[in-house]
Every structure is written in C-alpha cells, then in structure tokens.
Design a protein around this ligand. Structure first.
Ligand SMILES: [Zn+2]
Ligand SMILES: [Zn+2]
Length: 423
C-alpha cells in the first residue's frame, strides 16, 4: 500500500497543538494527548466488521422506521395515525419549508449520507489502490456531518411531545416508533465506533516531517491539521493527507466566534418574545412562547419535562453564549491559570449545544400529529426559525473557536511540568 515513507504514529492534538507519538495500540485501547488529556485515538476490536454490521442494521431500522405508521392520536372519537413522512408532508403542506427541510436533514439525509459514506469507506479498505479519491471524499463527509446528527435529540423531542399531548388525547406508539428507537440506538453505536484518526490512517499515512515530541507544532514551525490530525510543514496551505486547509491558528477565530455569538444573542430575543407554537382548540387560537410552554407543563405537574425544556431551551443557549464569550476573552487576555478547566468548559459547550433543538422538534411533531381543523390543531409560531438560528449560530461559534489559543501562553509552563511528570 506504499506507506513506507509515511508516518502513522505521529499526530498533533487539535485542542492544544501538542505533537504526540502514538504507541502501537491493541483493540480496545485508547490514547490520550500527553499534554491536555484529549482522546486522540481509540482502537476498537474487530472495528471494520462491527462498523459494517452496526451501520447496515441502522439502515435497516431506518427503512422500517419510514415504512409504517409512527404515532397514533385519538381524541373525542377522532383518530389519526402519522408516519415519519407525514411529519414532513404536513410541514411542507402548511408552507413551513425551512422547518421541513431541517427535519428531513436531521432525520434522514445527513444520517443516510453519513452511513453510506462510512459503509463504503470500510468496505473499500480491501480495494485501497483504486478508490483513494472516493475514500477521502467519504471521510471528509463523515467528519463534517458527525456533529450535526440529531436523531437522539429528536427522539427525546418525541417523548416530550407525548407528555404534552397526554392530557388532551390518547397517543399510541406504533410499529415505526420502536423501529425509530432502534435506529437511534444503532446510529449512536455506529458513531461511537468511528475514530477519525484511525480511519485516516487506514486511508493514507502522512508525510514525514521529523517533529520533536513534547512540544507544540507551532514552536517547531509545523502545523497540526485540525481535520485529520496530520502534522504538516508550516508553509503548507493544505493538508497533504485530507486536503483540508491548514493554519497554525484559525485566522480571525475570535472575531468570527464573537460575531456569531452576537448574532445568536440578537436572535435569542425574538426566539423568546414571539410564540413558538400556536394551538387552536374549538376555534380559539392561543399562541405560546417557550417560557409559556414551560410554565404550562409545570402547572400540569410534568415537572421533569418542564425542567428539561427550560434547561435545553432557555439555559443552555444563554450559558453557551456566556461560556464561549468568556473563553474568547480569556484567549485575548490569556492568563496561565485554569487552562484545563477552560478546555473542559469548551468541550461541554460543544457537547450540549445540539440538545437545545428539543423544543423545535416537539413543535414539528405536534404540528404533524394534531391537524383537525378548528376542533384542534397546532402550528409552528414565528419563534421556531429564530430559535433554530440561535442553536445553529452557537454551534458554529463553538466550531470556529480555536481551542489552541487557550494553551498558547500556557505551553511553556506545561511543557516543563510534563517533563517533571515523566522524570
Ligand atoms: Zn492535547
Ligand atoms: Zn488533514
């Protein structure tokens, strides 16, 4: 496979820019960055076969989940069952194109592209020489899509919608609902088996750059690719392994992040003032805001669900903006203290952001389920789009923030600390 002139065991940490030499790992072992503790490589046992079987079963479950009816609804003698595709057709039929597009991306399109790319990639490992170009393409798709997979958030949204409806109607869980649960669990399992460095090492090694260990790439005039973990020469514009543009530190990282945070704060105002949902019951239309929905759930005694929605929709977006804003401030005027805690905060903000989507999914599910004209119907309110943009903007803000900036003033201290630890 011509890997002789390539390194597979040298990698640069994308969070602290530290060059690490990865020892040969057995199945089931993982390697953490020697400087910041970020997991750089996890090797799973029989990973190709497990990815194949988990991925194919996920696709099978997806096929089942879209084939049958998803939820049943009955109230005052009116019965209605909806499939997952009905969810989309109701939203599109009512003119909510963006919301419909968002749901189809989150539920079907992105997971399907992800799974097909992954399955093709793992299958192609036996046919290395002819498929190098397609492999790189698939692997880039996999890396880009992974943070945007939200099927688990949608499932929680379905459960919240069930609680919200339980006082108004009888809801039955149909066959596709259980298939969808299997789809979510299997997709999570598949994603947990994916390790981008392992996959990139299977596709291609990286060019030899003779780095020193126990120093940052920047200190040696090198660049760590944030996309695939390769270590490349400082004058390179693109990574020679994955083709992604490389930079020692993301240009204008802080100003981009701050701009996205300000934009999300601006959108946060209409998201909370305008109604996110309009409920029509016996001819009366009643709008409800995010907070209104939380208070209603609380008054109905669904305390856990009220807390979940309050935390996911009100607290998390604000906390995320504050945390990222503070991290930007700390990178501009760096202090050498608490860098590890700051990195932890950054990882948490990256991790929790997508859970804010719950309320958007709840509204989409209720809209598709409750469509009985003047007797009872639910429509999305204008706040849905502003609220979705808050979430997307804060997720982009977390992605554009370059965590290596937090370590920059810290590195000298930490390298000497590391040497002490080794001796
Ligand atoms: Zn690190
Ligand atoms: Zn790369």
């Amino acid at each position: 496979m011509g890997h002789t002139e390539f390194y597979e065991n040298i990698t640069t940490c994308e969070e602290c820019d530290f060059v690490n030499e990865i020892p040969p790992l057995q199945g089931g072992e993982r390697f953490r960055c020697q400087h910041c503790g970020h997991v750089l490589l996890s090797v799973h046992k029989f990973v190709s076969i497990r990815i194949m079987s988990a991925g194919l079963s996920t696709l099978l479950m997806l096929a089942l989940a879209v084939s049958f009816s998803f939820l049943g609804f009955s109230s005052n003698g009116i019965e209605r069952t909806v499939s997952l595709f009905d969810t989309l057709s109701v939203l599109l039929g009512q003119g909510y194109l963006l919301l419909g597009a968002l749901i189809s991306l989150a539920l079907f399109v992105l997971p399907a592209v992800y799974l097909f790319s992954l399955l093709f990639l793992v299958w192609s490992f036996q046919h290395q020489d002819m498929l190098g170009f397609a492999q790189r393409y698939c692997l880039r798709w996999i890396t880009v899509i992974q943070p945007w997979l939200m099927v688990d958030v949608f499932l929680v949204g379905v459960l919240v919608a069930l609680v919200k409806m339980s006082s108004l109607a009888d809801i039955s869980l149909e066959l596709s609902f259980w298939a969808f649960c299997g789809y979510v669990l299997l997709l999570l399992k598949t994603v947990s088996l994916v390790d981008k460095r392992w996959l990139w090492n299977q596709v291609a090694g990286q060019r030899q750059v003779f780095p020193k260990m126990a120093a940052t790439a920047k200190q040696q005039g090198l660049i760590g690719c944030q996309f695939c973990g390769a270590t490349v020469n400082g004058h390179d514009k693109h990574c020679d392994r994955c083709g992604h543009s490389v930079y020692s530190r993301r240009p204008k990282s802080i100003s981009t992040t701050v701009a996205l945070l300000i934009a999300s704060l601006v959108m946060y105002v209409p998201a909370n003032i305008f109604p996110i949902m309009e409920t029509t019951f016996l001819g009366n239309t009643e709008p409800s805001t995010i907070m209104g929905g939380v208070l209603l759930l609380w008054s109905l005694g669904s305390y856990p669900v009220a807390v979940i929605i309050f935390v996911a929709s009100v607290i998390i977006p604000l906390a995320k903006v504050l945390a990222l804003g503070w991290l930007c401030w700390q990178s501009c005027y760096p202090s050498r203290q608490f860098t590890e805690q700051k990195i932890k905060l950054y990882r948490i903000t990256e991790f929790v952001g997508r859970w804010s989507m719950i309320d958007v999914f709840v509204v989409a599910i209720l809209t598709s389920l409750v469509q009985m004209g003047n007797f009872m119907s639910i429509l999305p309110g204008p706040a849905v789009l502003s609220f979705t943009s808050v979430i997307v903007l804060t997720m982009l803000a977390a992605m554009t923030f370059d965590p290596r900036l937090l370590w920059d003033k810290d590195t000298v201290v930490s390298v000497s600390a590391l040497r002490e630890r080794k001796e």
